[in-house]
Ligand binder design. Structure first.
Ligand SMILES: Cc1cc2nc3c(=O)[nH]c(=O)nc-3n(C[C@H](O)[C@H](O)[C@H](O)COP(=O)(O)OP(=O)(O)OC[C@H]3O[C@@H](n4cnc5c(N)ncnc54)[C@H](O)[C@@H]3O)c2cc1C
Length: 462
């Protein structure tokens, strides 16, 4: 059997396409209009409606809920947030520690809501294991581990080669860092469960309804306009397609493969009984999970960016990317050399110019947005949603500031990306530099991070 490429994602191949919801029937009014039916939009609708049940909330989704990254991701529900270190520089260490603690709590919050709403998303809290496969990766791992401890993660553990193999037998792993603040889940089961929970609360969701332009108090679609005091842009990697947003967040590709179900003997040779989400310390890093039905789903960067901020062809990815991901799989687990790759797919994530996730409510216009999560949005979208809820409650006089509205990523401003072809050239050069650096580090003996990667990080603003 050959590899299925695209079809949105493997997760949809398992779950089947969702039953479509009705498009917007014409002009209408709401108290809050949410644009985008991924985790950010749906969690925001969920928390707002729970907090203020009389609110009339409309979600407008271009395709169907979970069409974007929320239906395609690696299922790492974990406590990483893009930009924390920069926020520490801008607002001080203590502010960044509060942000980190909020992220740690967010992992638990998502799992608790899944329990409360009876969302079975194959969630399993096994933590996150990040492995090092070269002296340079090990040096970075130790520095990363120390930094996480400094941001208050006292329950993180550092392992040598033998302890790492006791969890997952990754060929050539020389050490790892493990945190309990992570869980594996099935992305589509989460997004579909969430959409159903939101609808059950009384939120209106219109699908097949692309918003062409967002203006203060207006979300404009080909079928009509929704007028609302608050319009929230929750479109992450697709943001560039909205009028006026072309250079706001760069749509970065991430691609994944899923193996056939492995045999008991194969699992015996690998270990991974704890179902930790698994990553490495490469510059062009990989991420993986052991799925509930016994496969490995593994992702990485592939072709990073399409010219002109183009986004999507329903998840199809390039054959060379599928091969590159298969090579990573075999490097990690050589005994899987003959294993079948059942599915390959890709999606886009939103990258701001300074690589910092943000959540914003502009009080003068009622426009809000959240995103720019880079590759860490499964948990972050939930924190963003609860923060948008608090910002709207504060703005509408229903409550005062809260711990969440005081976090340093709130109302952060960032400049736009460069116009093309600079944008395309910059991203291609950066990832070529990362791949070259990873190759040199893998074959080299030095513990120093490759200088080209250091330079690429600096130039890219990462
Ligand atoms: C392959 C891949 C793997 C990833 N793995 C992980 C991971 O393991 N862990 C992690 O933390 N993060 C991961 N991420 C990132 C994470 O999935 C995202 O950050 C998160 O899902 C973002 O959710 P969102 O709702 O903001 O955006 P999306 O899920 O992209 O939702 C945006 C929605 O808006 C809709 N939309 C777009 N334009 C319009 C418009 N004009 N009008 C109306 N609707 C519109 C889209 O159809 C889409 O449904 C991964 C991303 C990808 C692509």
């Amino acid at each position: 059997m050959s590899t299925v490429n695209g079809g949105i994602s493997f997760w949809y191949a398992q779950e089947g396409a969702p039953a479509p919801r009705e498009p917007l029937p014409g002009d209408t009014a709401a108290d809050v209009c949410v644009v985008g039916g991924g985790y950010t939009g749906l969690w925001t609708a969920y928390y707002l409606k729970k907090a203020v049940p009389f609110l009339n909330i409309t979600v407008l989704e271009a395709k169907f809920c979970g069409y974007g990254a929320s239906g395609r991701n690696g299922g790492w529900l974990y406590n990483g947030i893009a930009g924390r270190d920069r926020y520490a520089k801008l607002h001080g260490h203590e502010a960044a520690v509060r942000l980190q603690q909020a992220m740690n709590a967010t992992v638990t919050e998502v799992l608790d809501v899944c329990d409360a709403e009876k969302i079975d998303a194959d969630q399993h809290r096994g933590g996150v294991l990040e492995v090092a496969l070269s002296p340079a990766q090990l040096a970075r791992l130790k520095a990363f581990h120390a930094a996480e401890l400094a941001f208050g993660e006292t329950d993180r553990e550092l392992y040598g080669a033998r302890e790492t193999a006791g969890r997952v037998r990754v060929a050539g792993a020389v050490g790892s860092s493990w945190t309990p603040h992570g869980a594996r889940l099935h992305p589509v089961k989460l997004v579909q469960g969430l959409a159903a929970a939101v609808e059950a609360l009384g939120v209106t969701i219109h699908e097949s309804t692309p918003v062409t332009e967002i203006k203060p108090k207006h979300a404009i679609t080909p079928y009509g306009t929704v007028r609302a005091p608050y319009v929230l842009r929750c479109t992450e990697g697709f943001t560039a397609s909205l009028t006026g947003q072309r250079r706001t967040w760069l749509p970065m590709n991430s691609s994944m493969i899923a193996t056939e179900p492995l045999t008991d003997a194969q699992w015996e040779s690998i270990g991974w009984d704890g179902r930790e989400t698994l990553g490495d310390m490469a510059h062009a890093y990989m991420y993986a999970q052991r799925t509930a039905d016994g496969r490995i789903a593994l992702g990485g960067r592939g072709v990073p960016y399409r010219f002109g901020s183009k986004t999507d062809n329903d998840g199809r990815t390039q054959p060379q990317t599928v091969e590159a991901l298969r090579e990573i799989l075999i490097r990690f687990f050589p005994q899987l050399a003959g294993v079948r790759i059942d599915h390959a797919w890709s999606g886009v994530l939103g990258v701001p110019r300074d690589w910092c996730a943000t959540v914003t409510l502009d009080r003068s216009t009622g426009l809000g947005w959240a995103g720019g999560y880079v590759g860490s949005g499964v948990a972050t979208a939930n924190l963003a949603a609860r923060t948008l809820r608090d910002l709207i409650k504060e703005d509408s006089g229903q409550s005062g500031p809260t711990d969440l509205t005081a976090l340093p990523w709130v109302n952060h401003k960032v400049r736009k990306w460069e116009p093309e072809p600079l944008r395309w050239l910059g991203v291609q050069t950066m990832y070529a530099a990362f791949r070259g650096a990873d190759r040199r580090e893998t074959t080299g003996r030095t513990a120093a991070t490759d200088r080209v990667a250091v330079l690429a990080n600096r130039l890219s603003g990462r």
